[in-house]
Write a protein that binds this ligand. Structure first.
Ligand SMILES: Cc1ncc(C[n+]2csc(CCOP(=O)(O)OP(=O)(O)O)c2C)c(N)n1
Ligand SMILES: [Mg+2]
Length: 601
């Protein structure tokens, strides 16, 4: 058949099962837009901003075995895509971004001017450092090679986004081709290197000798599509595990080997268990400061530490005592699964972990009259059903409280953009996972919602049946906390008394024809949830909570009487526990800093 290169490209994507395109049309991508409209297998969603199109596409990748495609136009369309690309880059998410470009003759090249073609911008240079591959296609005969190469790169090794920039004249040029037959996406995945057998043997010996082994499971396991074998591994070996935020949904909170999410803001028990283990095996987690807290040298201080990562730079950045093993998570885990002996079920260590977990799992704050974010999160933990998808916003106090305290159930999929922490993630993320055949929920905060509010209309347009929990705490509660703690409460641009008004989002969504409720008490929220969670329509619950709550538990930096700062060890979180309790749960191995903090502040 004869058709445009644009159609040829879409036919190739469809043959690989890549059928979902999120886009905003423009003059600069018009032939590609025409092709997605005409191709019978391509399902397209129009968003109201390219940032949203790219976020929707990366959210789609996160929840499927496919890859989301975002299609943007040249100039402002391309620049709007950058936040979404950066998020996918930091979180290692496969993503295909196609940008339209001006005709080859109109490209300015290196002639020194700022622009030659209409709305021309050199997007490739801008995203080079946040993509695995970014290229302007100059030769139409090479397009299939370029596309195959970039798909291989986006899914292989440490995954990440790619961008192909296609000039208008290439989009429009015609090609005679046979329709592509169905192909397997995995055939484009590059093989990972074999693991070093000596290192493997050493770690197997360490597991055999260890009395208190602990896994720390990170996003790299999802990237390597190794969730199923990781479940088999922990089950076979009976080794407790911690997870990072993007792996929160690996197993239900109540699973007896699941010891929670460690870090600067965390429940107390994961941090205590981390400090009590004698062997820590971290797989696919980059162990940034959010997880290791203020002093990485003190992290898992009683343990031998092994880190498994597909990206050697992530291993090289660690302190010397972290032993690095350069391997893809799936490769490493399948080797362990075949070669490791199980630990006895319910061994002493598993019992000790569960004792600590059970003691601290219901760490509660004092009740006050106004609804607390923590009460909301407890209620949602109870009410949201198994087998559902929960998209969340990605920045601010409400989100951090959620990832610390939400108690997840079996087969709930929960996700955010974690590395970038971009406000505005929630609505477009929900657009991206629409129609994935599960009940859909979004948990988002008011300030962040405002950054991509227009996508509420997209949700309405695409017939979303999701339930949205919108936390209203009068703007930027997290930044108000910073301004209270560091600037004596000089609030600037963080709430209605300091120049930032947030409208009632339920009123706005009502005006779009979306059913919306205001909830100001736990009772009111519970009765609304009981009545409306099962309804088959898009509903927004605007939940008014206290405006100035603190995050807890938290590894704080303490200001001493004589003007010094002491950063608390990771196991000694605020509000501070009595020393005697801390001693009990750290096997009497108190850090000297814990005594100093209590004596000097
Ligand atoms: C795109 C973007 N701009 C700015 C920030 C900085 N920032 C982090 S949290 C925050 C306030 C978030 O407010 P809201 O979403 O209402 O959450 P809350 O802290 O009130 O729970 C801001 C401005 C950010 N994370 N992302
Ligand atoms: Mg807020």
């Amino acid at each position: 058949m004869k058709d445009t290169i644009s159609y040829y490209l879409m036919d190739y994507f469809a043959s690989l099962g890549l059928k979902k395109v999120f886009f905003v049309p423009g003059g600069g991508n018009m032939f590609l837009v025409d092709a997605i409209g005409r191709h019978p297998e391509i399902d397209f969603v129009s968003t109201h901003n390219e940032q949203a199109a790219v976020i929707a596409a990366e959210a789609y990748t996160r929840l499927t075995n496919s890859i989301g495609i975002a299609l943007v136009t040249t100039g402002p369309g391309a620049t709007n895509s950058i936040t979404g690309i950066a998020g996918a880059w930091l979180d290692s998410i496969p993503l295909i971004v196609i940008s339209g470009q001006v005709k080859r003759n109109d490209i300015k090249k290196n002639c020194g001017v700022r622009q030659k073609g209409p709305q021309e911008i050199d997007i490739v240079s801008m995203v080079k450092n946040i993509t695995k591959y970014a290229k302007t296609i100059k030769n139409k005969n090479n397009i299939l090679n370029e596309v195959q190469k970039s798909i291989s790169l986006t899914i292989s090794g440490r995954p990440g986004p790619i961008l192909l920039d296609i000039p208008l004249d290439i989009q429009a040029s015609e090609k005679v081709f046979k329709k592509f037959k169905k192909q397997n996406l995995n055939s484009l995945r590059l093989k990972s290197k074999n693991i070093n057998q000596l290192q493997l043997k050493k770690i197997i010996d360490k597991i055999r000798e260890s009395k208190k082994p602990l896994f720390l499971l990170g996003q790299g396991i999802k990237s390597a599509q190794a969730i199923t074998i990781t479940k088999k591994l922990v089950k076979k070996l009976n080794i407790p595990y911690l997870v990072t935020w993007p792996m929160l949904d690996f197993a239900p909170d109540c699973h007896k080997l699941n010891m929670g999410r460690p870090g600067v803001v965390a429940k107390r028990y994961p941090n205590l268990i981390l400090q009590n283990c004698d062997l820590l095996i971290s797989i696919g987690a980059r162990l940034d400061r959010v997880v290791t807290a203020h002093n990485p040298k003190n992290f898992a201080k009683n343990a031998n530490i092994y880190c498994i990562d597909v990206d050697i730079s992530e291993l090289e950045k660690h302190p010397k005592r972290f032993n690095g093993i350069h391997s893809d998570a799936k490769n490493f885990i399948s080797n362990l699964l075949n070669k490791c002996e199980p630990k006895p079920k319910n061994n002493l260590w598993v019992k000790e972990c569960n004792l600590i977990k059970n003691y601290f799992i219901t760490d509660k704050i004092k009740k006050s009259r106004k609804l607390s974010i923590y009460e909301v999160i407890d209620l949602l933990s109870k009410k949201l059903p198994r087998d559902s998808i929960i998209a969340t916003g990605s920045s601010g106090l409400s989100i951090e409280a959620f990832y610390t305290h939400f108690s997840n159930k079996e087969n709930q999929r929960i996700f955010l953009t974690t590395g970038l922490g971009a406000m505005g993630y929630g609505f477009p993320a929900l657009v991206g996972v629409n129609k994935l055949n599960k009940q859909l929920f979004l948990y988002e905060s008011d300030g962040s919602a405002m950054m991509n509010l227009q996508e509420l209309q997209t949700l309405k347009t695409i017939g979303s049946k999701a339930k949205i929990f919108l936390i209203n705490n009068n703007g930027y509660a997290s930044i108000r906390n910073t301004q209270r703690n560091f600037f004596k409460g000089r609030y600037i641009g963080t709430g209605s008394n300091s120049g930032l008004d947030t409208p009632s989002i339920s009123k706005l969504s009502c005006s779009l024809g979306i059913k919306s409720f205001k909830c100001r008490s736990l009772k009111e929220l519970e009765s609304k949830l009981d009545k409306y969670l099962i309804k088959d329509e898009l509903i927004l619950f605007e939940i008014f909570v206290q405006e100035n709550e603190n995050l807890f538990p938290k590894c704080s930096t303490h200001n001493t009487d004589n003007g010094n700062f002491i950063s608390a060890p990771i196991e000694d979180m605020s509000p501070l526990l009595p020393l005697i309790t801390l001693k009990k749960f750290t096997n009497n191995k108190l850090d000297k800093l814990s005594e100093r903090i209590r004596n000097e502040i």
